[in-house]
Design a protein around this ligand. Structure first.
Ligand code: PMP
Length: 448
């Protein structure tokens, strides 16, 4: 049995999980790590590898939830962090590196006329939504079902569930009544919603590739149309480039598509793989963060944060952005991901498993139930979003566990990220691990 072998291989993780259960709800520090019976505990990582407390080695395709475009412990990033930490981690004052970081964002992100840092990607979207509300004087937020913008109150209902717009536990009814959920890739519905709520909408927020870097894929055409419609109606667009920023290219998706969001949120790679986030945007909207904005100083949008632009994160971010951009790190990561997707689909076909690997840029996603009514070559954007939203997490968790037994780790949602440190051999190892993992899963009747 896969579970029994996993438990036999990870006694140290099991022991830590038992301790964790007595102190952390469900034994985890984030829902992202919920895993049955428990997830591995990792002690250290270098390059594309990580090692758990039992000494097992994993080829890592989770890459810090997509935050590590340069792999683990990249020498220049590690040096930047160590140097910064050695100089002091909090000055309760401005630090020179935050200016350098902001200048890099302004230089590479086309619409970043002004920049503010936050403590995380979640805080970035929270701040962007607040700026948009202050700017427009409107309350309603248009969000696309399944798109993720962090875990704050304005982003929760309709992301993972509660797709009908009911409030998720702990979320105020007033918040969901001010949230307009729309269907991925449905421009017509978006236009209707905008028309119905004329003069009420503070912003449209969306992820450029669809939920979680395209787990539920959005087409570029939809994104462009959404921006066009919003511009016509003078509704601000918040583009959530928390994953795509400095992963798909130096200027994010906005440069690749030539689109001009009013506000952009970033984090992860753009924050050097450290806790941090960024809001960037038009000088006109970002001016609301400044005292001298507008006619009335009391209109200023509040923004604080003990750890905002801390010197350690800022140093990691500057080192990461410089390395990623100077080496065009995304080029090889994209190529390797494309190869991985192709090779994985060959495995699924060879093994006659009704699965599909898909995705764009430097990621692969796994859909464990390819709809029977669609041919394998069909475009994923033709698949109804519900098929992705309701895909079997139990199967994907089992897959991750079976891959762990083969010395490979991916995300629990079936996503893998390629980075600048992955090599051709790593893709080969991934494919071989999938083949063995699937064979074992099939023995247990979980696929095919
Ligand atoms: N937006 C997107 C598109 C994300 O992928 C994430 C994190 N996965 C966030 C926002 C939230 O970022 P953080 O986890 O840093 O709060």
């Amino acid at each position: 049995m896969i579970v029994a072998d996993y438990q036999a291989m990870t006694p140290g993780s099991r022991e830590l999980a038992q301790r964790a259960l007595r102190v952390l709800p469900d034994g985890v520090s984030t829902d992202t790590r919920l895993f049955e019976p428990y997830g591995i505990y990792v002690r250290h990582a270098v390059g594309s590898r990580k090692w758990d407390v039992d000494g097992n080695e994993y080829l890592d395709f989770f890459g810090g939830h997509g935050a590590l475009m340069l792999g683990h412990c990249h020498p220049s990033v590690t040096r930047a962090i160590q140097d910064a930490a050695g100089r002091g981690i909090h000055f309760a004052a401005n630090n020179p590196t935050e200016v350098e970081w902001a200048e890099l964002i302004q230089k590479y992100i086309p619409t970043a006329e002004r920049v503010r840092f936050t403590g995380s990607g979640t805080e970035a979207t929270l701040l962007a939504i607040r700026i948009a509300r202050a700017f427009t004087g409107c309350s309603k937020l248009v969000r696309v079902r399944t798109h993720y913008h962090g875990w704050h109150d304005f982003a929760v209902s309709g992301y993972n569930d509660f797709f009908d717009g009911r409030p998720a536990p702990g979320i105020l009814p007033e918040i969901v009544s001010n949230t307009l959920l729309v269907t991925p890739n449905d421009t017509e519905e978006l236009c209707q919603v905008i028309a119905r709520h004329r003069g009420e909408i503070a912003a449209i927020i969306l992820e450029p590739l669809g939920s979680h870097f395209g787990i539920v894929p959005s087409s570029d055409a939809y994104l462009k149309e959404a921006l066009t419609v919003a511009k016509q109606r003078e509704i601000p667009v918040i583009l959530d480039e928390v994953i795509t920023g400095f992963r798909v290219g130096a200027g994010g998706m906005q440069r690749l598509l030539g689109i001009q969001p009013d506000l952009t949120c970033m984090g992860k790679v753009a924050a050097g793989g450290m806790p941090g986030g960024i809001v960037a945007g038009s000088a006109r909207m970002m001016a609301l963060l400044g005292r001298a904005s507008g006619s009335n100083a009391s209109q200023k949008v509040l923004h604080q944060g003990t750890f905002t632009a801390n010197p350690v994160t800022a140093s990691a971010a500057v080192a990461t952005i410089q390395e990623v951009v100077s080496q065009s790190i995304w080029v090889r990561a994209n190529e390797l991901a494309q190869l991985a997707r192709r090779r994985l689909n060959e495995v699924f076909e060879r093994m006659n498993v009704g699965w599909r690997a898909y995705g764009r840029f430097s990621a692969f996603h796994i859909l464990p139930e390819w709809p029977h009514d669609l041919s394998r070559t069909d475009n994923v954007e033709r698949i109804p979003w519900e098929r992705f939203a309701t895909r079997s997490t139990a199967v994907l968790h089992k897959l991750r566990m079976a891959l762990n037994l083969q010395g490979v780790d991916i995300g629990s949602r079936g996503t893998g990220f390629l980075s600048g440190v992955h090599r051709l051999e790593d893709v080969e190892q991934l494919v071989a691990a999938f083949e063995r993992a699937l064979a074992r899963m099939r023995e247990e009747g979980l696929s095919g």
